[in-house]
Design a protein around this ligand. Structure first.
Ligand code: SAM
Length: 188
């Protein structure tokens, strides 16, 4: 698993670039506070996890980029180097899973869907926040990421729904502004 990616270079100033964060909707969709473990997949610098850290018994940030995880550790967060496609956790280990602005960066979205559902406990919730590529502005961002050779593959909400439903997830979608949220649950 190589650390040679774009995030290695932006890790130092990432939080200043993406300072804006409204945690209210995430809190509501995740239904936290909760007892158990909250896993932030592709959690990077812990920008989001730090806001949610008091809302579960344990919060874990998982990411492929050692540089991004270094920033998360600086915040006192538990940071684990790993891939969404091959999560180093037991079945049903997570009470809540979060993925903000990371799904379109994944190497294999279907494999990651399977893995996140594997580690999510029955009755748990997985919340994915993504830029909505149905928006022209997000289409332009997607194009920009292609130009700088990022491995991005933005999916519209309906496709994200299909991917998770194929692995038995129950999916609801919310849209607002340039973003959408997919809330995925597995049967108890
Ligand atoms: C745009 S950043 C978002 C970081 C964080 N979620 C946030 O909102 O601040 C995307 C993150 O996904 C990570 N990433 C990319 N591919 C990944 C994969 N296959 N598994 C886990 N993390 C991955 C990158 O290293 C990067 O830190």
């Amino acid at each position: 698993m190589s650390d040679f990616n774009h995030f290695r270079f932006v890790a130092l100033f990432y939080d200043r670039l993406f300072a804006f964060l409204k945690p209210e909707r995430l809190r509501q969709l995740l239904q936290v506070p909760v007892h158990g473990v909250l896993l932030d997949v592709g959690g990077g610098t812990g920008r989001v996890a730090q806001v949610l850290r008091s809302l579960a018994d344990q919060v874990i940030v998982l990411d492929t980029s050692a540089a991004m995880l270094g920033r998360a550790r600086d915040k006192g967060l538990l940071a684990v180097k790993g891939e969404a496609e091959n999560l180093p956790f037991a079945d049903d280990a997570m009470t809540r899973i979060l993925m903000v602005d990371a799904f379109h960066h994944l190497r294999d979205q279907r494999q990651a869907a399977m893995e996140t559902l594997r580690v999510l406990e029955p009755g748990g919730r997985l919340v994915i926040e993504e830029p909505n590529v149905e928006h022209i502005a997000v289409k332009l961002v997607a194009l920009g990421e292609k130009v700088v050779l990022m491995r991005s593959s933005f999916q519209p909400p309906a496709r994200v729904r299909e991917i998770f439903e194929a692995f038995g997830g129950r999916v609801t979608i919310e849209r607002e502004g340039f973003n959408f949220w997919a809330v995925i649950q597995v049967h108890q």
